[in-house]
Design a protein around this ligand. Structure first.
Ligand code: FE2
Ligand code: FE2
Length: 135
């Protein structure tokens, strides 16, 4: 069972970034499956470490585009990435403390990332990248 289906509404129009966002959707669906099946915290730990790895790689990629194509609004966007990284670290700490609500909080966090960050902050930078021919 999948919670989110990728469709064009989620696309920001930059193919390389979209591919990475699809990975985030996969992670969200994997977490949803684990929660629905009532799986133990070790599965959640795996998903969270996927999120942490994805976060570092993906933000570094986007930020390299800001530098390369001189994105004027980069400071705000980078700050938003920093906040998301802090949230992932916070969730990992909670998991280590056996906080039983961490699964639900992780789900809420990822959905917020999808709707709040990708659909607003990432979409805002894509126009600049498309202008510069980034795919
Ligand atoms: Fe992104
Ligand atoms: Fe971003």
């Amino acid at each position: 069972m999948s919670l989110i289906h990728w469709d064009d509404n989620l696309s920001i129009g930059v193919k390389s970034v979209d591919e990475q966002h699809k990975r985030l959707v996969e992670i969200i669906n994997k977490l949803n499956d684990a929660l629905v099946q009532g799986q133990a915290n070790d599965v959640l730990g795996e998903v969270l470490s996927d999120v942490a790895d994805y976060t570092v790689m993906h933000f570094a990629y986007e930020e390299s585009l800001f530098e390369k194509y001189n994105y004027p609004d980069k400071d705000k966007h980078i700050q938003s990435h920093k906040d998301l990284i802090a949230s992932v670290q916070n969730l990992q700490e909670k998991l280590q403390q056996d906080d039983f609500m961490v699964g639900v909080e992780t789900m809420t966090f990822l959905k917020e990332w999808l709707t709040g960050h990708i659909l607003k902050v990432d979409k805002a930078f894509s126009a600049h990248m498309i202008e510069h021919g980034v795919e």
